[in-house]
Design a protein around this ligand. Structure first.
Ligand code: ZN
Ligand code: ZN
Length: 615
């Protein structure tokens, strides 16, 4: 891998005679694998010069991938000046952390509105694909990318790139999770340890080092590292080289030199052979590592491609905080994310609600009336609920000395005082970090033919009919379930021709269990939806319906189109034995015959309508 620095400055571009050597452009890194895959990380003002060079090279088309750490100005401001995006025929993939309020495209379009810029995002000529991502992995050409959340007041991803046997990590903008670590010493634990693991054995770490330890006191909560912290986490990770970057705009070349010299001395004194340098515009670093490669994606590795955003809004956060003012601030941050919150100031009640309502995130005070914070933590970790998921727990602490990194059962600390932006981002990253256990069914390959066969049945949105209702009634009695349905899977919904025990006539297709049967064209039995990766976070499971058991029999027409199912639903987990599966198939056959009867009736009606004599 070949790495070139195009922008190394933090916060704002700083041209001038004092910044000639390290450069005045904001963040941009170019990475190229031996096979030619081009990945750019961040598009601060530095990306403009890179774009011009690529265009001048004459090679066409100009294609690549752009990884955006977050959408603060100093990381996106060069994008409207990156000429390859204007040229038809060029292909670019842009990746950035998934937001809540607006899509990536809307965020990037924001800075190109008419008031600010003469050309809109929509007028860019290249074929641009936008990818909203969460923590996890994906492939950009032959470069394996891992994304992990950093600690910043905006949702921010660090990127680890592996290719050609080498590994590179880019970690800007990031503040130590445990603030005392900003001094560059002390035991590393918790999320800082996770950060160290993210940097493990990297051939090159490019790390935020905006401040020095001496400056940090007045910069707490601003979302940046000290050079001392960057050096310590990189050294502990066994990194080979460290580039200090995101230079503070007030820093001239001589003062960056002083920081680099100082950090080199520290690293050498610790007995480490890690090489340290200041990231400088124009600098090229060749990486020929011997890092073990992960290519292609490992089984079990989580894809970074984001889950459906609506999944996030189904989640609930439990806030168990005694102090009313703090509880109100936390509540505001949670609700600003559009997420439902439960607030309990008493430990006993909080624990009961946690076990009952299965929140996706728990924010708990260190000290609570009733069952104390640590006891709530132990009770949640020890199980006791039906859902044995490891719910993330954020503990609110008064002051750094009360927050022990790596304490048992604590996923993260929230140390008072904290800003609203920090709190909001913290909630987001924990919710996004919890893998979404809800998969939408894939579309069957014959989707269009299937939909037209369903239309031709002429049955959608017709009134209930006894010939179907008697079959769902029988199913409920035979299987002793509360609900049986004849479900037809339409383009965006499933519509129930008959629904014994069901109050609604249709639900969105993305929540539909039956859509999975239609995609698989085979019977599906889900003994316990809460234990099933495809359904556990489905709103039909987490919401009022409380679906736990599902069994669906496909309804396949003579032309091969699978139009829906007859299915059984229960709020208790259960199994179907072979005899019962046979009975469900029998009912499926009866429903199918009724559907075809409707088909024939529709044909007859159409024929008689066409006939001149009426009928
Ligand atoms: Zn920045
Ligand atoms: Zn930032």
């Amino acid at each position: 891998m070949r790495v070139r620095f195009w922008g190394t400055r933090g916060s704002i571009a700083t041209p001038g005679e004092g910044t000639i050597r390290y450069g005045g452009n904001t963040s941009c890194i170019e990475v190229q694998s031996a096979s030619g895959t081009r990945v750019l990380i961040d598009c601060g003002t530095g990306i403009r010069g890179l774009g011009d060079l690529l265009m001048a090279s004459g090679a066409r088309p100009v294609c690549g991938h752009i990884l955006i750490s977050h959408t603060h100005w100093d990381h996106i401001q060069g994008l409207p000046f990156f000429v390859p995006l204007f040229i038809p025929g060029n292909e670019w993939d842009i990746y950035a952390p998934q937001g809540f309020e607006q899509s990536l495209q809307e965020t990037l379009a924001g800075q190109m509105q008419y008031t600010y810029f003469p050309i809109t995002l929509g007028e860019l000529g290249a074929n641009i694909r936008y990818h909203e991502i969460v923590e996890g992995s994906f492939l950009a050409g032959d470069i394996h990318v891992h994304a992990q959340y950093l600690n910043h007041p905006a949702l921010t991803l660090g990127y680890r790139l592996e290719a050609d046997g080498a590994a590179l990590v880019y970690a800007c903008d990031h503040e130590p999770h445990s603030r005392p670590l900003a001094a560059g010493d002390g035991a590393i634990g918790g999320l800082d340890q996770r950060h160290v693991e993210f940097l493990a054995s990297a051939d090159l770490v490019i790390h935020d080092a905006q401040y020095t330890a001496a400056e940090y006191d007045s910069k707490k909560g601003w979302g940046h590292s000290t050079a001392e912290y960057a050096a310590e986490v990189s050294r502990c990770a066994g990194a080979h080289r460290l580039a200090l970057t995101h230079h503070d705009p007030r820093r001239d070349d001589a003062s960056v030199d002083r920081i680099v010299t100082d950090i080199r001395r520290r690293v050498a004194a610790s007995g480490s052979s890690m090489e340290v340098f200041g990231a400088a515009e124009g600098l090229v670093v060749e990486l020929h590592g011997a890092t073990d490669l992960h290519l292609p994606l490992l089984p079990g590795e989580v894809s970074a491609i984001a889950p459906p955003p609506s999944a996030l809004f189904e989640r609930t956060v439990l806030i168990a905080v005694a102090d009313a003012a703090t509880a109100a601030a936390v509540l505001q941050a949670v609700e600003a994310n559009g997420i439902r919150a439960i607030v309990e100031a008493d430990g006993d009640r909080a624990l009961a609600r946690a076990l009952d309502e299965r929140p996706s995130l728990v924010i708990v005070d260190q000290h609570l009336p009733g069952v104390d914070g640590p006891a709530v933590r132990r009770a949640l970790r020890g199980g006791g609920g039906e859902d044995e998921r490891d719910v993330p727990i954020i503990v609110v602490a008064d002051g750094e000395k009360n927050a022990a990194p790596g304490a048992e059962g604590v996923s993260d600390w929230l140390v008072k005082p904290f800003s609203a932006a920090y709190m909001r981002t913290r909630v987001r990253s924990w919710l996004l970090r919890t893998p979404c256990r809800w998969q939408k069914a894939p579309l069957p390959p014959d989707e269009e033919e299937r939909l037209s066969a369903l239309q031709q049945l002429g049955i959608l949105d017709t009134a209930p009919e006894e010939r179907f209702d008697r079959l769902t009634r029988l199913a409920v009695a035979i299987f002793d379930v509360p609900t049986a349905l004849v479900s037809l899977v339409d383009r965006d919904r499933q519509w129930f021709k008959s629904g014994y025990g069901e109050r609604v006539r249709e639900t969105p297709r993305e929540m539909s269990f039956c859509a999975h049967v239609v995609a698989g064209r085979a019977p599906l039995v889900v003994p316990d939806a809460m234990q099933d990766e495809r359904f556990a976070d489905n709103p039909m499971v987490t919401g009022e319906e409380r679906v736990r058991f599902y069994a669906g029999q496909p309804l396949i027409l003579p032309d091969g189109s699978c139009v829906g199912t007859v299915c059984l639903v229960d709020t208790r987990p259960r199994e179907l034995d072979e005899r019962q599966k046979g009975l469900l198939a029998d009912i499926g056959e009866l429903v199918r015959r009724e559907l075809l009867l409707a088909d024939r009736q529709a044909d007859a009606a159409a024929a008689s309508a066409r006939s001149p004599t009426g009928g």
